[in-house]
Write a protein that binds this ligand. Structure first.
Ligand code: AMP
Length: 439
């Protein structure tokens, strides 16, 4: 540290300025500070419990993959590809690698690589961690964000679609989210999708020059994505058109009806969104989103759906699947809006204060033992009682314990409950049990 500061002293003010300017988190990324960690942990804990109680096992794919894993799976026409939203780079071996923009592709690659189709169906996998998209940052939209992702593979049955939605609903309910809106739709089977895309090409082709630039691009590659446009002009045009649900065939419709009847039977409220389309090309049949009314324009907490052709597209065996991913940042924003009670940082149980030099080593050793049961901190040099107690208070400790020559002779600590001011002398051997009884 000393050398580090010395090196800075030799830099000119201009260099120093530019150096300091650069030492900031990259735009669209952020630090999760110590005082925020308990909220994040809460989300992970609830999700993990709900998912693992339903037999969903955790799989952690690497943060980066060969770029083809993503380009092959998301489809050439996906926004991620079209709008160059992927963070791709060439490594020293000349290979193109990409930081994951989402989890599904990596999980499917792992599923195929490890021959998981041999496991009994359904195979349920969940993942957590950061994902990266080079999008324009705004509230609720970041370049590094965090997702919890779930995939259920191996069964085509509508019960699986409903279960995926129910798991998500349970996680959000247990987190304390209110004001939730579950939007449900179906994009049909591939021939239905094809027919609808053809219809859109014909209809939108006639008004091409009235569409926004992004929508014109989407029209060329994947017309269904025009329905997702936020542009008001596009929306006015789209409102006059038929919906994906008008095009779905008999089998997809029956499947959709079954999903709905399970959800009704389980008292999961939802509304039909007849224009729902997912951003990636691999979806078929069920598509859903969970929205929150109060978090602004980026209201989608989660997106998901069925993707029966994906594993096969990626070179694996024919395997149906359903999945979803939710963004933790947006869920935390929504929880704040709902004024949900979130766990706060765990308090330090005890702060030890050495009052002479000999006590410094004594309290440090005592702390090592106590830490097997409690969170314990100590001052690293001798302190007078007033200063030591202030430090204990600043550290957020519940108790402080003072040790000086008098306490050494008696084999004890002077314990103080910082909130009430209550003081008591406790023998060193009984201090752990005392704390256990009082905390
Ligand atoms: P998607 O994979 O685009 O369906 O996204 C699934 C969920 O991830 C969304 O509903 C958001 O909650 C979250 N998400 C996606 N992109 C971002 C982003 N750039 N920043 C923050 N959260 C995001």
């Amino acid at each position: 540290m000393g050398c580090f500061i010395a090196a800075f002293l030799f830099l000119s003010p201009q260099v120093l300025n530019s150096t300091v300017m650069k030492l900031q988190a990259v735009k669209g990324t952020f630090d999760i500070l110590p005082e925020e960690q308990s909220k994040w942990r809460f989300v992970y804990e609830v999700a993990q419990r709900v998912l693992e109680h339903a037999g969903v096992q955790e799989l952690s794919p690497p943060i980066f993959e060969h770029s083809e894993v993503f380009t092959k799976s998301v489809g050439e026409s996906a926004d991620l590809v079209v709008q160059k939203e992927m963070y791709s780079f060439t490594d020293l071996g000349g290979r193109s690698l990409t930081l994951r923009p989402e989890f599904t592709a990596g999980v499917m690659r792992a599923f195929i690589e490890h021959g998981m189709q041999m496991c009994p169906s359904p195979i349920k996998l969940w993942s957590r961690g950061p994902a990266f998209r080079a999008e324009k940052p705004q509230k609720g939209r970041y370049r590094q964000f965090h997702q919890i992702n779930c995939e259920i593979l191996g069964l085509k049955h509508a019960l699986v679609d409903a279960e995926a939605i129910a798991l998500l609903y349970q996680i959000f309910s247990e987190l304390g989210l209110k004001n939730l809106l579950v939007k449900l739709g179906s994009v049909g089977d591939p021939p239905d999708r094809k027919a609808y895309n053809q219809y859109l090409r014909e209809q939108l082709g006639q008004v091409q020059d009235k569409l926004s630039e992004v929508s014109r691009e989407r029209l060329k590659l994947n017309p269904m994505r025009v329905l997702d446009s936020k542009d008001e002009g596009d929306q006015a045009i789209v409102r006059e058109l038929k919906r994906p649900l008008d095009f779905i065939g008999a089998e997809a419709r029956a499947h959709f009806e079954e999903v709905k009847s399970y959800l009704r039977n389980w008292d999961i409220p939802f509304e039909i969104d007849d224009s729902i389309v997912r951003g990636l090309d691999y979806y078929n049949r069920t598509a859903f989103e969970f929205h929150h009314g109060d978090i602004g324009s980026q209201s989608a907490l989660c997106g998901g759906g069925r993707y029966d052709g994906l594993v096969e597209n990626m070179g694996g065996p024919k395997t149906p699947g359903v999945g979803w991913a939710f963004g933790i940042e947006r869920v935390l924003l929504a929880l704040e809006q709902d004024r949900a009670e979130l766990p706060t940082q765990q308090r330090l149980a005890l702060f030890l204060i050495p009052m002479d030099d000999e006590a410094v080593a004594e309290v440090a050793k005592f702390a090592l033992g106590l830490r097997q049961r409690f969170s314990v901190e100590h001052a690293y040099t001798r302190r007078n009682p007033g200063k030591g107690l202030k430090e204990a208070d600043r550290a957020g400790a519940v108790f402080a314990a003072l040790r000086g020559s008098k306490e050494r002779e008696a084999g004890s600590y002077q314990l103080k409950h910082l909130a009430s001011g209550e003081q008591i002398t406790v023998s060193q051997t009984q201090l752990a049990d005392f704390l256990a009884a009082r905390l």
